[in-house]
Design a protein around this ligand. Structure first.
Ligand SMILES: Nc1ncnc2c1ncn2[C@@H]1O[C@H](COP(=O)(O)OP(=O)(O)OP(=O)(O)O)[C@@H](O)[C@H]1O
Ligand SMILES: [Mg+2]
Length: 193
């Protein structure tokens, strides 16, 4: 079986505390895969291993292998910027950048130099349509994203990710601040993309 993501004997320590112990699992391509477990069992920690976001936490030690597209992402020489472009992440609390709605969506395109500027209008519209935000925000593209209601902020974070067309999207309880209707929209979006 060829997995899109595979972990082999993955261990993670925060200092002396071991948060992940021998995690061996495989995630198939083009699937929505959910992690379920009690608070503190290591779900967020595990997700952050998959795009090496734990690297930025001081005192973290990771052992084992995380193989994505057949390559160990912990091998020396891994390009973290292109890794995180391939693997987008949405967090529990929305974290829009202190920029306008439009600049949030184009942020990834800009830093990864993905398209020419002439395409941005089209991609902004497409990404906001994909997250059901276009009708709600098309007249407010210059508004500071931090002033939006939480559910719009969270869908904007997803629009920002979707705009760069990542291969994998890691969602860390992205609906915990959303009401059931917004949650349903987000779930529908996952099935669509
Ligand atoms: N930066 C950190 N430094 C030290 N310990 C940490 C750190 N982050 C998480 N932990 C510990 O690692 C363990 C796993 O935490 P993690 O946040 O991954 O769990 P979780 O399953 O996502 O929980 P929740 O459902 O509450 O989000 C917990 O015991 C937590 O206290
Ligand atoms: Mg968590």
């Amino acid at each position: 079986m060829d997995y899109k993501i595979e972990t082999q004997n993955l261990n993670l320590y925060y200092g002396k505390f071991q948060a992940l112990r021998n995690v061996n699992c495989g995630v198939e391509v083009n699937r929505i895969t959910a992690l379920i477990g009690p608070s503190g069992c290591g779900k967020s920690t595990f997700l952050r291993c998959l795009n090496r976001m734990n690297d930025i936490i001081p005192g973290v030690k990771t052992e084992g292998r995380v193989i994505i597209n057949g390559k160990d992402i912990y091998a020396p020489g891994t390009d973290l910027i292109s890794l995180r472009k391939k693997i987008g992440m949405v967090f529990q609390r929305p974290n829009p950048f202190p920029l306008s709605v439009r600049d949030n969506v184009t942020y990834g395109l800009k830093i990864h130099n993905l398209t020419v500027q002439q395409d941005w209008d089209r991609i902004v519209e497409e990404s906001l349509r994909n997250t059901w935000l276009w009708e709600e925000l098309k007249d407010n593209l210059k508004k500071d994203a931090r002033l939006l209601p939480l559910d719009q902020q969270q869908r904007l974070c997803l629009a920002r990710i979707v705009a760069t067309k990542p291969e994998i999207i890691l969602l860390d309880e992205p609906c915990s601040t959303l009401d059931p209707i917004a949650t349903e929209k987000l779930e529908e979006l996952m099935r669509k993309n």
